[in-house]
Design a binder for this molecule. Structure first.
Ligand code: C5P
Length: 217
């Protein structure tokens, strides 16, 4: 039977990751966190001293990055040159830089094929499909996804969630940059189901999405 593709987009700290993970568990889907891919590339380029604004250096560095995938439970981990990302991809330094690297069209281009190729990973490992979260999944990566969801949450609530995690994150600034870039900006994809999670618990959000997905399986 064909793979089920669930696309979940939304702003920073909108609850995408927890929701996607739980949906993956419930329906035996491969979980793909594309934000972690952009974070990994950002950490790697910072480590190599390649600034996002140095276009020639950036374009020279990109072809040298070799991507592969390792499974961790139901989650796809991107390896760059065989290396998994470390905890530093959640640090403030990466938070502050990732949206700048993600706005560079060639950075998005190298990840496009890799992201679409996750369907093969899902197939090889016997998953029923995949749930992919990001900013442009329903609009650009899988516009024909079986389900396209967009998660909203009030900015104050999102800032609270990050603070509760003890993390320094420029949530509003990242959303501003991600929404205003020219190449595949953060948008509500055409025909996406909008879910406002501000006053919902995680379980309520997951139940809402699961109720829509279940009849198709
Ligand atoms: O999802 P997360 O907040 O970890 O994403 C980190 C950053 O990666 C986003 O702020 C955005 O700049 C970039 N991103 C993107 N497109 C995606 C996923 C993430 O541009 N599909």
């Amino acid at each position: 039977s064909p793979l089920i593709i669930v696309a979940i987009d939304g702003g920073a700290a909108s609850g995408k990751s927890s929701t996607s993970r739980l949906l993956a568990d419930r329906f035996n889907l491969l979980h793909v966190d594309t934000g972690s891919f952009y974070r990994h590339i950002t950490a790697e380029l910072l480590r190599r001293g390649v600034p996002h604004a140095d276009r020639p250096a950036l374009l020279a560095a990109l072809p040298g990055l070799k991507f592969s995938t390792r499974l961790e439970g139901r989650s796809a981990r991107m390896l760059v040159d065989g290396q998994a990302a470390g905890d530093e991809i959640r640090d403030q330094r990466v938070n502050d830089h990732v949206s700048h690297y993600a706005a560079v069209p060639e950075v998005r281009q190298v990840l496009l094929g890799y992201q679409r190729g996750q369907t093969e990973v899902a197939r090889q490992h016997g998953f029923r499909g995949l749930v992919m979260e990001g900013r442009d999944i329903g609009s650009v990566i899988f516009p024909d996804a079986d389900f396209r969801f967009f998660l909203h949450a009030d900015p104050a609530e999102r800032a609270k969630r990050r603070a509760a995690e003890g993390r320094q994150d420029s949530v509003a600034e990242r959303d501003r940059l991600d929404s205003s870039r020219k190449t595949s900006p953060l948008v509500v994809p055409a025909g996406a189901i909008d879910v406002d999670s501000t006053f919902l618990t995680l379980e309520q959000v997951v139940d809402k999405l699961a109720a829509l997905i279940a009849p198709k399986l």
